[in-house]
Design a protein around this ligand. Structure first.
Ligand code: NI
Ligand code: MN
Length: 222
C-alpha cells in the first residue's frame, strides 16, 4: 500500500488499483502538498464537517467522480451539493469494492447540526487502517484494536483540538498498530508538535509499533 501525506489530516492511500483520500483540506492549508485539481480518488472519507476536514471534498468528488463516505448528516449535506455519497454511522460496517469500512466514534464536534464526528477503520489491499479523524483519547480504542487488528494507524498529535503527543502515545498502546503515522500537527503554531520526539517516545514504550513520520508531499509503502 502506498500512503501519501498531503498535509494536516489528508492522506491518499493506494493499493490494488483503488484509491482512498482522507479529509482533503488543501485550499488554505499551509501544509498542502497538492492542489485540489491534482488529486483523484475512488473514495473520499470525511470524518466531520469542520473546514480543515471537509475541505475540498465536494470539488474533488464532483470532478473525479469519487464517492464521499461519511456519517449520515455530513453525507446528506454533500449529496445536497451534488456529490456522490455513501452514508454510514458509528458502529456500522459495510463492504465496498476495495474492502470494508467501519465507522468509529470520535470525541469531537461534527461541524454540522445534529451530527457526530467519526473516525474510520477500513481495509485496502487486505490491510487494516485506522484513520482517527479529530478526537480526544478514549478507552474504547483498546476495543477497536481488538475488533480489527491494525496494520496502520493515522493519529492526531497536535493537541488543543485533539489528542496531544502524550495521549496519542497512550492511544498507540491501546490500538497496537504495526505502524503509526502522526497527523494534525504543526499546521498552525497552536498545534505545533515534534513528531520525531513522539516517535522516540512511542517506540520506546511500545516496541511492537513502528512510527513513520511522513512529511507533506512524501509517500511511504507499508
Ligand atoms: Ni475538527
Ligand atoms: Mn481538525
Amino acid at each position: 500500500m502506498k500512503v501519501t501525506f498531503l498535509g494536516h489530516a489528508c492522506f491518499l492511500l493506494e493499493d490494488s488499483g483503488k484509491s482512498i483520500l482522507t479529509d482533503p483540506y488543501l485550499t488554505g492549508n499551509p501544509q498542502a502538498a497538492a492542489r485540489p485539481g491534482e488529486v483523484n480518488a475512488d473514495y473520499i472519507l470525511v470524518s466531520h464537517a469542520h473546514q480543515d476536514h471537509l475541505g475540498d471534498a465536494l470539488e474533488i468528488a464532483k470532478r473525479s467522480g469519487a464517492t464521499i463516505i461519511s456519517t449520515a448528516e455530513v453525507a446528506r449535506m454533500c449529496a445536497e451539493e451534488g456529490a456522490s455519497t455513501h452514508a454510514m454511522h458509528i458502529g456500522g460496517k459495510h463492504d465496498f469494492d476495495f474492502g470494508f469500512v467501519r465507522i468509529t466514534p470520535a470525541f469531537h464536534g461534527a461541524g454540522v447540526p445534529g451530527g457526530h464526528a467519526c473516525g474510520f477503520i477500513f481495509s485496502l489491499g487486505g490491510r487494516n487502517v485506522y484513520f482517527a479523524g479529530d478526537t480526544g483519547i478514549f478507552g474504547d480504542m483498546e476495543l477497536l484494536g481488538r475488533l480489527e487488528p491494525l496494520d496502520l494507524a493515522l493519529l492526531p498529535i497536535g493537541d488543543n483540538y485533539t489528542m496531544g503527543p502524550s495521549d496519542a502515545a497512550v492511544a498507540v498502546g491501546m490500538l497496537r498498530p504495526k505502524v503509526a503515522v502522526p497527523m494534525h500537527y504543526s499546521t498552525w503554531p497552536l498545534i505545533k508538535a515534534d513528531p520525531l520526539e513522539w516517535k522516540k517516545r512511542v517506540e520506546s514504550e511500545y516496541p511492537s509499533t513502528e512510527v513513520m513520520v511522513v512529511n507533506p508531499g512524501q509517500s511511504i509503502e507499508i
